[in-house]
Design a protein around this ligand. Sequence first.
Ligand code: SF4
Length: 519
Amino acid sequence: MAYEAVWMNDPSKLNKFEFVKMEKDGLDVIRTIIDKYSKEGYDSIPEDDMNRFKWAGVYEQKPRDGHFMMRVRINTGIMTSAQARALASIGRDYGRDLIDVTTRQAIQYHWLKVENLPDIFNRLEAVGLYSYEACGDCPRTIVGNPLAGIDRDELMDTRELVEQVNDFFLMNRDFSNLPRKYKMSISSNIYNNANAEINDIAYTPATKVIDGEEVIGFHVHVGGGLSAKPHLAKELDMFVRPEDVLKVAIGVTTIFRDYGYREKRHQARLKFLVADWGPEKFKEKLIEIIGEMPSAGESKIVGWNAVYYDGVYPQRQEGLNFIGLNVPVGRTNSDELEQLADAADKFGDGTIRTTMSQNIMLAGVPDDKVEEALQVPVLKRLSPNAKPFMSRTVSCTGNEFCNLAVVETKERARLVAEYLDERIQLDENEKVRIHFIGCPNACGQKHIADIGLQGALVKTPEGMVDAFDIAIGGTLGPDAKFNQSLKGRVKGDEVGAVLAQLLNFYKENRTAGENFHGF
Ligand code: SF4
């Protein structure tokens, strides 16, 4: 360990898993997978190392019978067509063709075997992609503006900053043992395209006049996160120039590493430290580490569109366009991803972009190629004008593959969206966002949805059955708030009908100008 691990001083303040991490760094499991477990098979993996698999971006899938899920980091959600083809081929060869887009812009596989992992690591690395630290108690995928570089609504192109911060933290053993997972976002989009408030550290667009000149930079927010105790990130009174983004990230991550709580895992996220210290004390400590910084400037966030872009939009570059496509509940497959890669090369700039709303975009399409691009067969299912509910439904993995899930989510979410699209008509531009999660961990970000559904069980005469708690009215941006729970619990097979009733009630009773999160 290259730094002084101050938390080791008092072992009574450490939970059991901290000792597992101290005994062997999570990153070391990658070499053990390659050299040993991939050769000796699933049964050779002891429990402690199985728990360290997360640092390789790999989890055991449900049921625990030798199959794994894997997340691949896609920095700021932008991949090249070559990377997309590599991802598609891995899905086809090892992942039964399933490819999920996650709410953190990552690509997720299922059905992998430990024997496959070295080849998958190699194939990813060959195109500059990594699953390493996509999970685990470490800095994970850095999310960002998927429109970076082409966005009419960003103050600056953040791609290089994301790469710089990613390159510093990825596989950095000074920061591979944090108290808990650690999520970063960097975006300069004025509509909060990286959902800043739910990250451990988030950079949002801001300006400040310094020495008579207006400087474009960022405000920094710390301590956001969801799960059972959701917190909105708190803004620090600080203006961050682009050249200081990495320095601030190192400072905040150092505070988390050295002062973050390691006693109880469910109270270990940075949000608990920030809540206890408050933003002023947190800033003081940060300044102690990184030196003086200017106070906050003017925030340039003007709203939040939940990273939804259906259809064709002009880019910052004259004559070029991006096309937002719906990926129903975030699930696609190898064939579709390959077809998108071909379309990106033939009609666009060769990139494919993933969003935190689990969707995909093609970019760099010249005006005179838009019509032809829209005729590509894959756009029939991954539609640029999906029906309103299908286009706004997000789901976590659920008990199809996730060991923590209480209920099934993804297929149910798709069916509920279809059901509502057949029955409920809202105004032209009014779309209600519905998020499903299978347990309190909230990977499907239920708290920020217009309608959030959290899986639970309910007792019936026939025994325990899948059910959901419903919460309404979540939003981010200037009026950020988490949704509020309604009383009662709805059986899984009644969710569609209950939501239809709820939406009809809303249509009939809303006041003029009221939108869904005005509840
Ligand atoms: Fe699994 Fe729960 Fe996350 Fe859904 S929210 S993927 S059920 S851990």
